[in-house]
Write a protein that binds this ligand. Structure first.
Ligand code: SF4
Length: 410
């Protein structure tokens, strides 16, 4: 007998056709200044380029069919209704209500936006003022994702953030007065000067504000951020010497998982925690094989068959769009094998994991047998567990998710 959750998934899956609701992602790669840990394609671009960028972004949304077709993407698949819009970057919180309203208008004239759609804007706490808060609410924004990162001034200053705990408190009050209750906050484990004690200070202070949703990320040491590069090269700039060890960062993350679960949050994805009913509907699409269409610099799209991505260079985006050409830099039709691999490692990001029988039916192959080796290896290592038909990461496996996902790739 199937559990209700499995039945629901089957019903949802069988409804997966061209009528499936899509998400829209709009990229605004402008920031006031570049945080030292940031590995996104955003920058402190000259402010005078922002209006030009917004004009071309609107044009991309409005002329998507022609632009997609020149990149070989069938326009017929884009006539989908959408139920989520997400503005990320960068700092779309830099936009006024008027600028945001104009972008959302372009989306509404290009796609059918469902009533009650989730419309999220990423903002830095210092972007939130009575004017921006009420302006965003007036154009239909229903959710704000605040880049809090820490509630400790020393840690924030060390990475170039411009707010403090008081700015965060004020942002929550202003947003609520404007009628936006669905507030999410990001925290980063692994900032310079962070200790177990200061991490707990951040968690406590943030929970006092009663956010609907929290994302907890571990600082990624890679070539794409200034702090990451400095650490890899063994340098001391950007307070690299004060970055906690990998073991400490893992401990901070585990402490947050325990703390937030005890506080009643639903830990629904590796990095994401929500009050019941406040899971990010947009981000769930990324892990659930649902379509989404991205516009702007480095925006990614997926229509169920192919993935495509825009250029990650602002300069190139402005040039190509100005010439009326497509900003799409890469497009790939997924083979069945690739889709299955994606379904496994994206699905395993969710704490509920994946249904093996569902994948077996959908891909017409015995998934338990074909992936028997990594499944057995990681179950024995205590990183994966089976619950009936479902395969999912264990609490310990959360720290080894990249190793597990790699095991499902050829
Ligand atoms: S972390 Fe956010 S605010 Fe900081 S540079 Fe990156 S995108 Fe901009």
């Amino acid at each position: 007998m199937k559990k209700p959750e499995e039945k629901q998934e089957q019903i949802l899956r069988s409804a997966q056709d061209d009528s499936m609701l899509a998400g829209i992602y709009l990229s605004v790669p402008f920031c006031r200044q570049k945080c030292t840990y940031c590995n996104f394609a955003s920058d402190a671009h000259p402010a005078h380029l922002l209006p030009e960028y917004l004009r071309l972004l609107e044009s991309e949304i409005l002329h998507r069919s022609a632009l997609w077709q020149t990149a070989g993407i069938p326009a017929s698949r884009d006539e989908r209704a959408v139920d989520t819009i997400y503005l990320g970057g960068g700092t779309p919180g830099l936009l006024s209500g008027e600028q945001l309203g104009s972008l959302l208008e372009a989306v509404r004239s290009s796609f059918r936006v469902e009533t009650g759609a989730e419309i999220t804007v990423e903002a830095s706490p210092e972007n939130v003022t009575p004017a921006t808060g009420s302006g965003w609410a007036a154009c239909g924004v229903s959710r704000i994702s605040l880049g809090v990162q820490s509630m400790v001034s020393q840690e924030l200053r060390a990475v170039g953030r411009m707010h403090d705990a008081e700015t965060v408190r004020r942002a929550f009050t202003v947003l609520r007065s404007a009628g936006i209750e669905n507030i999410s906050a990001d925290l980063i484990a692994g900032l310079p000067f962070q200790t177990a004690q200061s991490w707990r200070v951040s968690l406590d202070a943030l929970l006092d504000l009663n956010p609907a949703h929290l994302s907890v990320y571990m600082f990624e040491v890679d070539e794409d951020s200034r702090l990451g590069r400095e650490l890899l090269e063994g340098g001391a700039r950007y307070r690299a010497g004060a970055v906690p060890t990998e073991e400490h960062v893992a401990d901070f993350y585990c402490a947050a998982v325990e703390f937030l679960r005890a506080a009643g949050f639903n830990h629904y994805e590796i990095s994401n925690f929500a009050r019941p009913g406040f899971e990010s509907r947009h981000n769930l699409k990324y892990w659930s094989d649902e379509p989404y269409f991205g516009f702007g610099v480095e925006a990614h799209s997926y229509d169920g068959e192919r993935r495509w991505a825009n250029t990650d260079s602002l300069e190139r985006y402005l040039e190509t769009m100005e010439r009326g050409e497509s900003p799409i830099a890469d497009c790939k039709v997924l083979r069945s094998q690739e889709r299955l691999e994606e379904r496994l490692f994206l699905g395993l990001r969710r704490r509920r994991g994946v249904s093996l029988s569902q994948l077996t039916a959908e891909f017409a192959r015995d998934v338990s047998r074909d992936y028997g080796e990594p499944i057995q290896e990681y179950c024995e290592a205590g990183w994966l567990e089976k619950d009936g038909d479902r395969l999912r990461l264990t609490d310990r496996g959360l720290l080894f998710s990249n190793e597990v996902f790699a095991g499902f790739l050829p």
